[in-house]
Design a protein around this ligand. Structure first.
Ligand code: PLP
Length: 387
């Protein structure tokens, strides 16, 4: 008999909600006008985009004109960083981020340093992956243009104290961007409470379609577009608007926000079963990230003397889909930069595992993982010992 498949990689991507797909469908075949054109086909498309913009703006607590639709979370991060650095009058501009950011921020910051003469500070974190306001304060300079720190970490699930970090940045006149891609649908996203000037989201992390994102840009913040061309999105992102995906993003965010309390209460319960069960059953295992300030859906671990990629293959054969860190790192035999930055040595850092629950996860799924995982870890450890 075939084993049931258990998907525990919701931090990498979620299935599109059928209600989202249904909302999108007419915009492929029936309402297909280019929203920038003048005729009635266009007006219908434009109406749908502007309705979607209002829905997203209401959830973020901002004005519709402060919402820029993009092609993904990575693009939103790029636009925030490249756009803010390019318009800066500081010579040279200074950018602050951390060693724990997603590659969309970390590699963009590195490029700003290597090719655009930008000064970049990569802040270290505490052992749980949090960034202290005091450390940020020490790094802020008169030429600091932008601070970019994520709301919730994709590899270790830790939630940062964004309102306080943003306050410190603002005191020195710097802009503050947060990558909220992992937080979408799980944490409150009110941009005023968060105190941010820019915020990135990606629909496929909250049961929307892949290939569409949002960048919130506070009114008054000027960005040089990283993609130039026509005057779409008030000149901030050129390209014909992807109407069906934008409609899908708004619908997905609306559903996620309306049910956030109940979804995340259940996520946290299942997550805690995983965390307690795994730490109890697997010797030489540690939780990575914070136990208390963590994403409801996210459980992450390191196991001593385990090849994380080999473990993923073993789990896949048992019908369990997981990840060793961010999806982009999967298949990469190097230890995770984030785990190394947290101070784990190679014996531990190679053995990372991320299990992220979702709306379809059940107690039976968790029971199976708790039964299967310790055995598979034993097998992988014995293979390493034989080498
Ligand atoms: N930022 C974070 C924290 C992420 O986890 C991801 C995706 O895993 C991204 C950015 C990139 O988003 P996208 O896949 O939409 O480009």
């Amino acid at each position: 008999m075939q084993k049931p498949l258990i998907y525990l990689d919701h931090s990498a991507s979620t299935p599109a909600d059928p209600r989202v797909v249904e909302a999108m469908l007419p915009y492929f075949t029936e309402i297909y006008g280019n929203p920038s054109s003048m005729h009635r086909f266009a007006q219908q498309s434009e109406k749908a985009v502007e309705q979607a913009r209002r829905t997203v703006a209401d959830i973020l607590g901002c004005q519709p004109k402060e919402i820029v639709f993009t092609g993904c979370g990575s693009e939103s991060d790029n636009l925030a960083i490249r756009g803010a650095v390019a318009q800066s009058r500081a010579k040279p501009p200074h950018l602050i981020t951390s060693r724990l950011e997603h590659a969309a921020v970390a590699n963009t910051a590195q490029q700003m340093q290597d090719f655009y003469g930008c000064e970049v500070t990569f802040l270290p974190s505490d052992p749980e992956g949090s960034i202290s306001v005091a450390m940020l304060r020490e790094s802020l300079q008169d030429n600091t243009t932008l601070v970019s720190l994520m709301l919730a970490n994709n590899e270790i699930g830790t939630i940062l104290p964004i309102p306080n970090l943003a306050e410190a940045a603002h005191e020195r006149g710097a802009l503050f961007h947060t990558d909220a891609v992992q937080a979408g649908g799980q944490l409150p996203l009110n941009v005023h409470d968060l105190n941010v000037d820019m915020l990135s989201l990606s629909a496929h992390k909250f049961y929307g379609p892949k290939g569409v994102g949002v960048l919130y840009v506070r009114e008054g913040v000027v960005l040089v577009p990283s993609q130039s061309g026509g005057s779409h999105e008030e000149g901030r992102r050129a390209g014909t608007l992807n109407v069906p995906l934008i409609v899908g993003l708004a619908k997905a965010l609306e559903i996620a926000e309306a049910n956030r309390e109940s979804y995340t209460t259940e996520f946290s319960r299942l997550r805690d079963r995983l965390i307690d069960g795994i730490l109890e059953r697997v010797p030489d295992s540690q939780l990575t990230g914070s136990r208390t300030h963590r994403l409801p859906s996210h459980a992450s671990f390191v196991f001593k003397n385990v090849d994380g990629n080999l473990l993923l293959m073993h789990l896949d054969l048992q019908g369990i889909a997981a990840s060793s860190g961010s999806a982009c790192k999967t298949g990469n035999p190097k230890p995770s930069d984030v785990l190394l930055a947290l101070g784990y040595d190679e014996n531990w850092a190679l053995g990372g595992l991320r299990l992220s629950v979702g709306r379809q996860t059940t107690d039976e799924h968790i029971n199976t993982v708790l039964e299967v995982l310790p055995k598979e870890i034993e097998k992988v450890r014995s293979l390493v010992a034989m080498k």
